[in-house]
Ligand binder design. Structure first.
Ligand code: ADP
Length: 399
């Protein structure tokens, strides 16, 4: 079956068409600046030439219409008609406590997702707009919602509760939810498969290090803790997000800089992380690695703080699981930045981690990057959230 995977942001839409029979990606692309001047459509059919064109997209319905049009285009398309697309899988960021797994979309599901909107005001409304637009254009095609939060719903109460008045949890559902769940689930299951061991018997730590970054602890096939919280702001130092800070800093910055709460939140979300720590050098680890190697003190400061925080979470999750069998690195930074992996593993001597420098310098494959006598294995496993969403969609249709 051909599955269209849609990941809608407030002004962007990423898509992939995946053939679930052989799990090949047939085409992928991106709509940017939806609802703005200069909207762009990028389209890359497998084995074909990538095209990028400016084209008006007043809303997400128009963006999806253009995507469907280009997929069936006689010259560059990859399907003859839309009937060939058997299902659509939508990424939905926040499923609250309502969704502990993926679901087929119907009106009840849409209402329940809407009810989660105030938990993820930046993300869920955009995801819903994408679903609505698809339902309008493909009314007879089954659709699934795959939630970023679902995998983490197995966390025990002691891991997901904050030290706040319990009534806030009761009334507002303020708790840790975690994100990147599709990736943590895909990578941890893949690690077990690559090691040839039962998923249910392993203690796995997944470091999803991208522009957004999170760590999770997966014990016996279930997530038991994760570093992101009510929102994706908590946990690791990220590209531009602060991660964990003393909450009293908000009030302190507000006073010192004469800012309102919303402006302080913008600082924490957009001007902090390695961007802020590097004194605005860059949020991109390609630049930071280069700066680090050249001895740039701004780059060194940011990279060191980033890696130290990752190592601290690995320590915490080793304690939470009473051990760890395998540590996995994934996503843009985790898969590509050998320096980051080296520095993080430098903190893991107590786990008997022995890095294999040659393996660590390779790229783009599923790899064990520790030596055979390393007491704990460390792996690099490229994530593939789109494939995981396509698989979930097919599983729901053909249980
Ligand atoms: P997200 O999905 O959160 O936007 P990604 O997982 O795609 O992020 O990761 C993007 C980040 O990965 C970039 O901002 C950059 O820091 C890092 N990155 C990508 N390629 C490389 C590379 N070759 N070397 C080092 N870092 C890289």
């Amino acid at each position: 079956m051909k599955v269209l995977v849609i990941n809608c942001g407030s002004s962007t839409l990423k898509f992939q068409l995946i053939d679930s029979d052989d799990e090949r990606c047939l085409a992928k692309g991106l709509c940017e600046r939806i609802g703005m001047e200069g909207a762009m459509l990028t389209y890359a059919p497998a084995g074909g030439e990538k095209e990028k064109k400016e084209t008006p997209m007043p809303d997400h319905t128009e963006a999806i219409r253009l995507v469907l049009e280009i997929l069936v285009n006689p010259a560059t398309g990859v399907v003859k008609s839309l009937d060939e697309i058997g299902a659509v899988g939508h990424r939905v960021v926040h499923g609250g406590e309502e969704f502990a797994g993926s679901v087929l979309i119907d009106d009840r599901v849409l209402n329940a997702v809407k009810a989660c909107n105030d938990l993820a005001p930046l993300h869920n409304p955009a995801n819903l707009i994408g679903i609505d637009a698809c339902r309008k254009l493909m009314p007879d095609t089954p659709m699934a919602a795959v939630f970023d939060t679902a995998f983490h719903q197995t966390m025990p109460e002691e891991a997901y509760l904050y030290g706040l008045p319990y009534d806030y949890y009761r009334r507002y559902k303020i708790r840790r939810y975690g994100f990147h769940g599709t990736s943590h689930s895909y990578v941890s299951a893949k690690a077990a498969q690559l090691l040839g061991k039962p998923y249910e018997d392993l203690k796995i730590i997944v470091c999803h290090l991208g522009n957004g970054a999170s760590v999770s602890a997966v014990k016996d096939g279930k997530c038991v803790d994760t570093s992101m919280g009510l929102t994706p702001l908590e946990g690791l130092i990220m590209g531009t997000r602060s991660g964990d800070i003393d909450p009293a800093i908000l009030e302190f910055i507000a006073h010192k800089e004469n800012l309102g709460l919303e402006e302080v939140m913008t600082v924490l979300n957009k001007k902090s992380g390695v961007l802020g720590l590097s004194d605005n050098l860059s949020s991109d680890f390609r630049d930071l690695e280069e700066g680090y190697r050249k001895g740039d003190e701004n780059a060194i400061r940011a990279v060191r703080a980033f890696c130290y925080r990752v190592a601290k979470y690995i320590g915490a999750y080793t304690a939470a699981m009473n051990g760890v069998d395998v540590i996995c690195f994934t996503a843009g930074v985790g898969e590509n930045a050998a320096l980051v992996r080296t520095l993080v593993c430098g903190y893991l001597g107590y786990l008997g981690v022995k890095l294999d420098q040659e393996a660590n310098s390779k790229r783009g494959e599923d790899l064990v990057i520790t030596t055979p006598d390393s007491a704990t294995k460390v792996m690099v496993i490229p994530t593939n959230e789109e494939l995981a969403i396509a698989r979930e969609t097919v599983r729901l249709l053909h249980p």
